[in-house]
Design a protein around this ligand. Structure first.
Ligand SMILES: CC(C)(COP(=O)(O)OP(=O)(O)OC[C@H]1O[C@@H](n2cnc3c(N)ncnc32)[C@H](O)[C@@H]1OP(=O)(O)O)[C@@H](O)C(=O)NCCC(=O)NCCS
Length: 187
């Protein structure tokens, strides 16, 4: 099922929409601000992250939407259009109607409920627009913020899967959470 690349999701103070080329500068600023809190968990978030890296991400996201494989949204404050973070579905498995869900929130906007809400909104998009039956969230076992976000969004913990995550240098175990459509019925 196709998903339009002009999809916008609005809920309360949040606006989620696919990345656009004009977002690259704001993305660079958000990542650079957040290296301390994101860098520990996201291997691409390192000192030296620059505008070219942000532009490359936006290009890859546009391609992901066009190919129906990767659905990345910027999370914005609806009133001021300030970039708050990123959330998206990737690793889509067409055979089994499943996908992975990833997220980050810029350092200055963490702990205000942004990630938990954005996860629910994008999961609902995945179930309704992409007909997904299962959405996985996989976190490093000691990433308490990510694990708690998954739980807060309604995902259920299933297992610690051995060597589930390649972090760029080594295989790490992953705490696997999943959302299925029924999980969001009361949310
Ligand atoms: C994980 C992350 C996205 C959470 O974003 P956020 O907007 O601050 O999360 P929320 O405010 O929606 O909080 C969701 C839950 O996580 C908890 N939480 C958030 N940050 C936490 C932290 N540093 N330590 C412990 N719990 C934390 C919140 O208290 C809340 O739980 P509660 O409702 O029981 O109180 C953010 O910390 C981040 O970007 N981390 C680095 C990137 C990352 O790890 N991404 C996930 C990779 S799998």
């Amino acid at each position: 099922m196709p998903a339009p690349c002009d999809t916008e999701i609005v809920d309360g103070p949040l606006l989620l929409r696919p990345w656009q080329p004009d977002d690259a500068r704001a993305l660079e600023a958000a990542v650079v601000e957040s290296i301390d809190s994101l860098g520990r968990w996201l291997p691409w978030c390192r000192a030296g992250y620059d505008l070219a890296a942000a532009q490359d991400w936006v290009r890859r996201c546009e391609q992901g939407w066009a190919e129906g494989e990767h659905f990345a949204f910027g999370i914005f404050d609806r009133t001021h259009q300030r970039l708050l973070g990123s959330v998206g579905l990737n690793q889509r498995n067409l055979l089994h109607r499943s996908a992975n869900l990833g997220y980050w929130v810029r350092q200055s906007e963490q702990r205000h409920g942004v990630a938990a809400k954005a996860v629910q909104l994008v999961a609902r998009f995945g179930f309704r627009q992409l007909a997904l039956q299962r959405i996985e969230i996989v976190a490093l076992p000691d990433n308490q913020a990510s694990r708690r976000t998954a739980e807060r969004a309604g995902a259920r913990f299933e297992a610690v899967a051995r060597r589930r995550i390649w972090d760029g240098e080594q295989a790490r175990d992953g705490a696997v959470y999943a959302l299925v459509p029924e999980d969001l019925e009361q949310a």
